[in-house]
Design a protein around this ligand. Structure first.
Ligand SMILES: [Zn+2]
Length: 391
């Protein structure tokens, strides 16, 4: 399932802020260089909106309520019900806001085409140039490709959104790197790629925050930077522009750049509708990234990654009983490239998924049925039997 857009981990994107009532000088100075590097037509000077550090939390809360497929508290509960995270959803949301607030000192907001700048005394530090180059690159993505606003508009396909977000973050990191590097030969680019991968691996999880959110935050930077670099090496900025104009449709396409994907989404109509007395919580997908994360909760990460590489499409529907809102049910359809790949993934999932879904409908573990046909696997957990309609 999905992530919010454009919040950079501090280790990957250093801090800077403003002291003046206008844009920080470091931001204004670098805007012209971003425009020139990325061919943004003038004028390119997004206005700045200064906010107090104490207002950042509310700002991020508003952003998450806009961007997530459902209310954040319910979304986090969905992650807990389906085994992605452990813990009390309402506490986790508070911890998550604290975590994000600590990472963010400014961001580009596509809705108003403005830079939101946290006004702290640490203004105009030298690292400012890094932050603003990155955030201005997002502004340039909006001016040239409407990518940030397209990202917000992708609803109900978290995996596609994750892939597009990765491309946006990867290009912004490339811009940031190239504008701040004295030289940018192949060696420097490779070193930057290794440094980002290393920082991504070592970003620590704060107490009380499930690892899911850190992995979710880091994926677009690590994978996206690698994708942007691949394109840049292959054909320079024109190739990077193609990536921004047509981002990969899935995390799998980013993880396996040489593999061909049919890119046919599973239609929502292939999943059963909520039966009478039940309501939909959400219909969405996990993508290969999400499937690998989930399986990795119950088995070693390398084996989970290998099993999830059989992903060639998925869609899940979560519902809950209107009379007993603590009773949830899941229908999840996963497509693989071949029947053999499906059989192998099915064997793995049958082993670990029952344990992962233990909290779907407490107090009892849900009953799970598995239906396999060719390369498609469908599981239903706690799903109420459909009653024949009275005739
Ligand atoms: Zn960013």
């Amino acid at each position: 399932m999905r992530r919010k857009y454009s919040i950079a981990p501090l280790g990957l994107l250093l801090a800077a802020t403003a002291g003046a009532a206008t844009c920080p000088a470091a931001l204004t100075e670098i805007a012209g260089r971003v425009a020139q590097l990325r061919g943004v037509p003038p004028p390119f000077n997004p206005p700045c909106r200064l906010i107090k550090p104490g207002e950042l939390r509310a700002e991020l809360d508003r952003k998450l309520r806009r961007d997530l497929p459902t209310a954040p508290e319910l979304y986090i509960e969905a992650l807990a019900r389906t085994g992605f995270i452990d813990g009390d959803p309402s506490n986790i949301y508070k911890t998550l806001l604290t975590f994000y607030s600590a990472q963010v000192l400014g961001f580009y907001e596509p809705e108003a085409d403005e830079m939101v700048v946290v006004d702290t005394p640490a203004a105009e530090r030298i690292e400012g140039a890094f932050v603003w180059a990155h955030e201005l690159a997002h502004a340039a993505q909006e001016h040239r490709f409407h990518l940030p606003s397209r990202l917000i508009a992708i609803k109900g396909d978290s995996d596609e959104q994750r892939a597009a977000s990765a491309v946006a973050e990867g290009e912004a990191m490339l811009v940031m790197f190239l504008l701040n590097a004295a030289t940018a030969g192949d060696e420097q680019l490779s070193a930057a790629e290794s440094a980002v991968a290393q920082q991504a691996r070592t970003l620590s999880t704060p107490p009380g925050l499930p690892p899911y959110f850190v992995d979710d935050l880091v994926f677009p930077y690590r994978t996206g930077f690698a994708a942007a670099l691949r394109a840049y090496r292959k054909g320079g900025w024109p190739e990077v522009d193609r990536l921004l104009a047509h981002p990969p449709a899935s995390s799998a396409a980013l993880l396996h750049p040489d593999r061909r994907f049919a890119s046919v989404d599973i239609p929502a109509g292939e999943l059963p509708p909520p039966p009478e007395g039940w309501e939909e919580v959400l219909t969405d997908n996990t993508g290969e990234w999400g499937l690998a994360f989930l399986l990795g909760r119950a088995m070693p990460a390398d084996r989970a990654d290998a099993a999830a590489a059989a992903w060639d499409g998925d869609l899940l529907r979560l519902i809950r009983s209107r009379a007993h809102p603590d009773t949830w049910a899941l229908a999840w359809r996963i497509r693989c490239p071949s029947a053999e790949a499906r059989a192998s993934l099915e064997a793995t999932m049958q082993r670990v998924v029952p344990g992962l879904l233990a909290h779907l409908a407490p107090p009892a573990a849900p009953s799970i049925t598995w239906v396999a046909a060719g390369r498609t696997l469908e599981l239903r957990a706690g799903w109420p039997p459909s009653r024949p309609s009275p005739s």
